[in-house]
Design a protein around this ligand. Sequence first.
Ligand SMILES: [Zn+2]
Length: 160
Amino acid sequence: MLQNVASSLGMTYKCPVQELEFSLDCRRICQTCGKGSRKREDFTNLSLDLCAETTTDKLLENYLKPTQLEYNCTCKGQVSTMSAMFSTLPNILVLHLKRYRYTRDYRLEKVHDGTSIDKDLVLSQKTLRLVSVWSGSSLTSEIMQSLDITSLKAEVRTMT
Ligand SMILES: [Zn+2]
């Protein structure tokens, strides 16, 4: 419907969610035989575990770093390594910082650790330049309307 309205006005409509879409290349490698598999997964945001005083790029690196998991390989190996890297980047990267975690006795506790949000979000392969950052526990429709979406664009450039 929005496409039709836009086209009747001589304009084109682009769904705003497309600005948020990106893909991760997820790889599993067997620790015994070295063989593995790859899968491309699509996202519109990432939920990052919050840890002691750190920066957003460290939280993101932590999310993407290789982790071990149990996996029954055809070679009878049972441990594989999983890792992920960006295969495409969004125009706007939404990072959700998980402010709550479970204690050992399964109670929820709020994490009060601070996080620095650097202007440049540097990953091993690419740099995302954050032009503006919005953070908060909830967005009301009034706040949503006052947000200038153009100011939230991230500039993507390749590191040299
Ligand atoms: Zn194997």
